[in-house]
Design a protein around this ligand. Structure first.
Ligand SMILES: [Zn+2]
Ligand SMILES: [Zn+2]
Length: 450
């Protein structure tokens, strides 16, 4: 995909509703007309399905127009459109509606008999908005810049993949072997726009949330800069804490190696042991290897953790105990697995960070191999286990039918790409953003595309 030295635009899917109310702060072009102020759009039920016909009312003016339609600001930098009654926090207990303001154009298309509102804006403006709601102003400038370049790279890589025919969204093992339950999930592409405004892609609330000047500066100062590998934009992933070693892409998602998303040590002295081997993984996970993300510096942790005071700080090394009863209930509820009383949990396959990608679960009524890492984390916890890099100990030791299983683990998240805690520590230690990025995305190069 060629960027021609030009900043791309991005189309963000907002709400979907039978009719839409907006307030245009300034002048917007709709076909040959200029509109401003409050405008209501309603889908004409008679014409539903055939591309759609839309009626609109703006003050005294009324009209009809074919879909899709685009409202274009006469002056991009000055006009703002407010979209009323957007539902936020879908499926959360605090779900509510609010009005949100956006820069750029609004596109209306028909989707499933309703109107879908799409905001089309400059990519850098979009990045300022999403990174502001994600990053803390207390972070070091170099960490913020590294994050901006990484987010931009991820986004452009998604656009590039979509342009080339789409993303493999996830898969289950092809054979219908009941003794294998291997799943992985990646972001599924959208058909009518590039990204949605929810956590599925990245949470986006337009101009409604105040932008943080230091975060905005980090985006503007790195404008157009991305990570490249073999002249392609890197699919730059990140997670909270690698646990001392990063994981490789293919252990977590589609089995296609991405050389810059490999498994290496997150700082510290000496070579990374071969954590695919059980003995070495056990020593690593039960140990306290030196690493950038091995920190208890409250100031640095608060740069990455959303609700620092309420979240655990024991994620470099952690421990969870599951009772026999709880484990059986979780396996049934989370992944529909009924194996009777559980006799053992045994890692069959680990990635280079020690994360288990295939876990054998044996019960009195059968056995099943579960993977990949996210499915294991889902199956063994009411929410999600911190990571799949763990060591299992039956309690009491050696029991044929354990009363409980003690899991001792390392890291938080999939561990692929940049380790946020490690990168925050590097930034606080005065490392610059280039050094941080090339530490995690080995073999990649930085380039300004536009
Ligand atoms: Zn999405
Ligand atoms: Zn790390």
């Amino acid at each position: 995909m060629k960027w021609n030295n030009q900043e791309p635009e991005i189309a963000v899917g907002l709400l979907r509703a039978p009719d839409i109310q907006v307030t245009l702060h300034g002048s917007y072009r709709l076909n040959e007309e200029l509109l401003s102020g409050r405008v209501t759009f309603s889908l004409d039920k008679e014409h539903k399905g055939a591309g759609g016909l839309l009626s609109y009312r703006a003050g005294q003016k009324t009209g009809e127009t074919a879909l899709p339609l685009t409202l274009v600001p006469v002056n991009y930098d000055q006009e703002v459109v407010e979209v009323h009654q957007i539902t936020i926090g879908i499926d959360f207990h605090w779900q509510r509606k609010e009005d949100q303001r956006f820069r750029g154009s609004l596109r209306l298309v028909e989707e499933g008999g309703q109107l879908r509102v799409i905001n089309v804006l400059k990519l850098e403006d979009y990045l300022v908005s999403v990174i502001s709601s994600e990053m803390k102003a207390t972070a070091s400038a170099e960490f913020l810049k590294a994050h901006a370049i990484m987010s931009r790279s991820w986004l452009l890589a998604q656009l590039q993949k979509a342009a080339e025919g789409g993303n493999a969204a996830g898969a289950a093992d092809q054979d219908n072997n009941p003794e294998r339950h291997i799943r992985w999930y990646d972001r599924e592409d959208h058909a009518l726009f590039d990204v949605c405004a929810d956590d599925h892609c990245q949470r986006y609330q337009g101009l409604t949330r105040a932008t943080e000047p230091r975060v905005e500066a980090a985006v503007r100062e790195t404008s157009g800069q991305v990570l490249l590998y073999n002249d392609r934009v890197c699919d730059a992933r990140f997670s909270k804490c690698c646990g001392g070693a990063t994981e490789s892409f293919e252990e977590v998602w589609e089995p296609i190696p991405h050389p810059y998303l490999g498994s290496w040590r997150d700082g510290g002295q000496g070579d990374l042991p071969n954590l695919r081997k059980e003995e070495q993984a056990t020593a690593w996970i039960l140990g306290q290897p030196e690493a950038w993300c091995r920190t208890s510096d409250r100031e640095v942790l608060a740069q990455v953790l959303n609700d620092y005071d309420q979240e655990t700080q024991d994620f470099f090394r952690w421990e969870v105990v599951l009772s026999q009863q709880e484990l059986q209930r979780l396996l049934k509820e989370k992944i529909g697995l009924e194996l009777g009383a559980i006799q053992s949990l045994r890692p069959l396959k680990r990635g280079g960070s020690g994360r288990i990608s295939e876990l054998e679960i044996t019960g009195t009524q059968g056995r099943c191999v579960v993977g990949k890492e996210l499915e294991i984390r889902k199956a063994l916890s009411p929410s999600h286990l911190y990571s799949s890099a763990f060591v299992v100990e039956a309690q009491p030791a050696g029991a044929a039918l354990p009363e409980a299983f003690r899991l001792r683990g390392a890291g938080w998240g999939h561990g692929v790409g940049l380790c946020q805690i490690g990168a925050a520590v590097m930034g606080a230690a005065g490392k610059d953003h280039t050094r941080i990025l090339l530490h995690y995305f080995r073999g990649a190069a930085l380039k300004k595309l536009y």
